[in-house]
Design a protein around this ligand. Structure first.
Ligand code: OSB
Ligand code: MG
Length: 366
């Protein structure tokens, strides 16, 4: 497939409510979109890097820079999705930037062949269970109101963001108010250290599905130690950037569940490899999220339809994030999102809505 050019488009999307984690508060999503153009078709990719390097070392300006300076110029004249991965391999890191480029090429390629991303990846489900990630709030009553609203909407699993000072009490309050039957998990975004092990063991009594990324990103060994001190299953997010990392974490006993985010690991092909490694070892996976627009969400929902995705993902409906999405909105039906079946990622931005939120565009001729 010949690529004639690539558009880098920056959009600013206000969130419906501030989203607070242990690393910061987001009120607006600053998103980089890529549009790959070929003589016959085009393809879209969403870069999930955030404005500041707080979740990981990547940030959106750096992603745009590495794409225009190194990654896009390295593309071969004839590119399919596998060729993109090979061409980008020599460049270290920048997985979110690589993922956006690979996805846009993959989308264009699949549109050309008429195949959906879900079918290409090996999806076996036509809908996926929707969980929701609930940010840190100023008070417990505020949290309980938010959780009540999400349960009313039909979300089948609740994830609470936690940090030191906001952990046991919010979990206890949610259990007391909504009961033991609600599938519940927590995400610390690396806010604790191994010296907090006995404190984290206080979460054991609440029957959580898992605790996500309690310790530092680069510390598999300490996660393995923690796993022996607490009963709640450990799930890794930030620590897993490749299938090799997943294999290492599993063999060390650092986790028994993996959150797969295609952006974090460099794309959907690597995400599928991680799924395959985990599945072969009986390790459950679920699809994480990075507050994506409908473009990134469509591809995530396709991935989440693979057979190893046995836990509900952070694949929420569009309105959990945005009043107006740039694509037709994803909506919950009986607690699930429908997997797109059209060619490629199966959705496109609505031009007028996209233009309204666009802050910058740049065209790179190949
Ligand atoms: O750690 O899973 C995370 C959002 C931004 C950055 C990191 C994380 C998150 C979420 C929200 O938890 C997931 C979503 O609903 O998209
Ligand atoms: Mg996480």
């Amino acid at each position: 497939m010949k690529i004639t050019g690539i558009e880098l488009r920056r959009i600013a999307m206000p969130l419906v409510a501030p989203f607070r984690t242990s690393f910061g508060t987001e009120t607006r999503r600053d998103v980089l979109l890529l549009r790959v153009v070929t003589p016959d078709t085009e393809g879209w990719g969403e870069c999930v890097a955030m404005s500041a390097p707080l979740y990981s070392s990547e940030y959106v300006d750096a992603a745009a820079d590495v794409l225009r300076r190194f990654l896009i110029p390295a593309l071969p004249a004839q590119a399919d999705a596998y060729a993109v991965g090979r061409a980008l391999h020599p460049f270290k890191g920048h997985r979110m930037a690589k993922a956006a480029l690979e996805t846009a090429v993959l989308d264009a390629w699949l549109r050309g062949t008429g195949q959906s991303l879900a079918s290409f990846l090996g999806a076996t489900a036509d809908r996926v269970a929707a969980g929701v990630s609930v940010g840190i709030m100023d008070s417990i009553p505020e949290l309980l109101d938010a959780v009540a609203g999400y349960l009313d909407e039909g979300y089948v699993r609740i994830k609470l963001k936690i940090q030191p000072g906001w952990d046991v009490e919010p979990v206890r309050a949610v259990r007391e108010r909504f009961g033991d039957g609600v599938p519940l998990q927590v995400d610390a975004n690396a806010a604790y250290t191994l010296t907090d092990a006995s404190h984290l063991a206080r979460l054991d009594e609440f029957g959580l599905l898992l605790i996500e990324q309690p310790l530092a990103d680069d510390d598999l060994v300490q996660h393995a130690r923690l796993a022996r001190k607490i009963a709640t299953p450990i799930c890794l997010d930030e620590s897993i950037e490749s299938a090799e990392h997943a294999a290492a974490a599993i063999s060390l006993g650092a986790c028994s569940v993996v959150n797969i985010k295609p952006g974090r690991v460099g794309g959907y092909l690597e995400a599928r490899r991680i799924h395959d490694v985990c599945r072969a070892h009986g390790v459950a996976v679920w699809c994480g999220g990075m507050l994506e627009t409908g473009i990134g969400r469509a591809a995530n929902v396709a991935l989440a339809a693979l057979p190893g995705f046995t836990l509900p993902g952070d694949t929420s409906g569009s309105r959990r994030y945005y009043t107006t999405d740039i694509t037709p909105p994803f909506e919950l039906e009986d607690g699930h999102l429908t997997v797109p079946t059209g060619p490629g990622i199966g959705v496109e931005p609505i031009p007028a809505l996209l233009d309204e939120v666009t802050t910058d565009t740049e065209w790179i001729t190949l």
